[in-house]
Design a protein around this ligand. Sequence first.
Ligand SMILES: [Zn+2]
Length: 283
Amino acid sequence: MSEHVNTPLSQRRVGTAAVLPIQDVTATMPIERFRGGGIETLAATSPGLAAPSSYAAFLVRRGAEAVLVDTGLGSEAPEKFSRLPHVLERAGLAAGDIGAVLLTHCHMDHVGGLVKNDSAAFPNATLFLSEPERDFWTSDAHMAQFPERRAGFLFVRRVLELYTGRVHTFRFDETVLPGIRALDAVGHTAGHAAFLLESEGESLLFGADIVHAALWQFPNPDIYATFDLDKDKGIASRRRLLSLAADAALPLAGAHLPFPCIGMVRRSGDGFTFVPDASDTGG
Ligand SMILES: [Zn+2]
């Protein structure tokens, strides 16, 4: 942990906005968690193989405005390590300065940071999440259908209670904040959202969890994670959004991309390659 303390804050400029990755931890994704696109053959011959990955959220600064895209693992459970408070402090921000939190989806590694000491970690923030994502996690039928995710369902419901009156649900293609549009990324979860940030003619795509294992899923987007809710929709969303990023030369920011969790996507054969930003981009 301590090696992070004096690391300069990495950031990427998008017009007048700055996007800062907040990487909680570096991680690896084991090949056994992936299927499709022929990866089973690789898994059979190379058991234990793992792809470099991350758990991350992002801070967007536009003048005095501070917006979070997801909140990372949070710090409620002892095994969790959240770098969010550290990055905010280094950026000269208090929790009360965060005006909005855009949620790509409601898995624990994205909503964990919303709660601190069973209170709203961001007392002035409005939460934005998609209608289908809200509907999924508040459905008792779905909670009964996915007993292994019961703790997650209860956590999301607690979040919605703690932020009562400050939750805005959106539809895909809606402009959620000036210069930020929500895009359909459904598949990983029922209401999985990407966000397109535009400022002064420049853009960046927050791709959420369309890629968990960059090593395998950029070259072959048909490879899916076993924890994707709807693998076919997930594959379609991955191909659609990676095509958008590649064809429009949009930097892609992703919660599970290797640090600095932002880079460029290029077409390569039937798939893509990913070129991560230098980790000190923009200084
Ligand atoms: Zn995730």
